[in-house]
Design a protein around this ligand. Sequence first.
Ligand code: HSE
Length: 475
Amino acid sequence: MHNIRGLDTDGGEVVRMPDGSGKPRVMNIGLIGFGTVGTAVYQILQQNREELRLQTRVDLRVKRIVVRDLTKPRPVAVAEGLLTDNPQDVLADPEIDIVVEMVGGAHLKPVLLQALASGKAVITANKELIADHGPELFRTAEACDVDLLFEGSVGGGIPILRPLRETLAAGRIRRIMGIVNGTTNYILTQMSREGKSFAAALAEAQLAGYAEADPTADVDGHDAARKLAILATIAFHSRVTTADVYAEGIRRITPADIAYGQQRGWALKLLAIAAQEGEQYEARVHPAFIPATHPLASVNDAFNAIYVHGEEVGETMFYGRGAGGMPTASAVIGDIVEAAKNRRRGVSFSEVQQYNDWSRKEQVRVLSRYYLRVALTQPAAEPAARTLALVGAGAAGEGSQFADGQTSARQAVEHLLPTYGIPVAYLSEYRRPDGTGDLVVETGLTTEGALHTMREVLHGVPGVAAITNIIRILN
Ligand code: HSE
């Protein structure tokens, strides 16, 4: 063992020289959850123990690890007596200074509250809890004067929350746009590169260990919505919960949609977007076409990237591994270091300032361009059996009259959309071998409300079988 400046070594064990400060030299950690991230946290604490001791001037020791099943085989060896299946062995132990919760899920709330109330610093990556129960947890942490840190909850290993709450705190952040879910980014990358179906790409993501057996939280956008709620709350200083985020997932995306985008010079990504204007904010998660030249377009596989636009700082971008044991554990260790330093200094961080009370902009008023894929009962250019006289008379008014049998679905759609305030920017048609066809419409800027109304009407247009997909276009 090498000798470290400022430290003595004693029989191979590094011992910090007494500094007479009376500050703690050892801190005990109670780890709750020993899955992928929990195990990686333990490994880093063991492997980098000396480095961490140098940085914090504290010997960080894992005293107990709470697991669900004591008999389960573990990928790492742990000392005898470290594992327990009773959370009270951590929560009620007065010698434990820092609780690291790596289980996830809202049901952990009583555990975290008890840890905070017992005067322990709490480190978590629990998105559900922070996004939806943040105020209660922060109030408790503040009242108990202890740290509550959660860097690992968003962006895996990417340092994003601390820069938002500290480094960029002086400025006014107006917009966040990012890829914050590694699993869906991996799936979309597979679909884009290999032309795979959603189901095949999902199966591959499960095999690679990204997607869960029940992939709902990732593929339906809930995980990204929770992360966006946390980001927006910190950035805008206004409370944003998961329920305040509009969320749409990627289940409906087909290789045909992606191939169309590629022809047009676009990439398809699941984006999380939050923007603030005046006293309102918008927060949404949905798939979107972006120009292939956009920096987010080259963020592939399980990587995440988050754009932050601040009034003063302009554009900044944070990029890195958004999922996985070691990357997330790296963020968690950063929090442990902060908590250890804070405890030595006798201070704590327990606040996410929420002094604004802004309202969410109604989703129907949000503006976007759209890609619509419409399945037809016949090739797009051929006259439909019955045409638009009915539609025109009821909804589109003057100028919508067509003679029966003379108007194609394409003409009908081209005519109908502008009457609902939806400009048609580009229209193309595809003929299928079975005699049916597809119509792809790119709209100009329109509100989501207009799109909903148009959608209803389009369903009644002769020749239209279904609207098979609607995807936003951002450019
Ligand atoms: N399921 C998440 C993802 C893990 O795929 O991004 C990280 O929060």
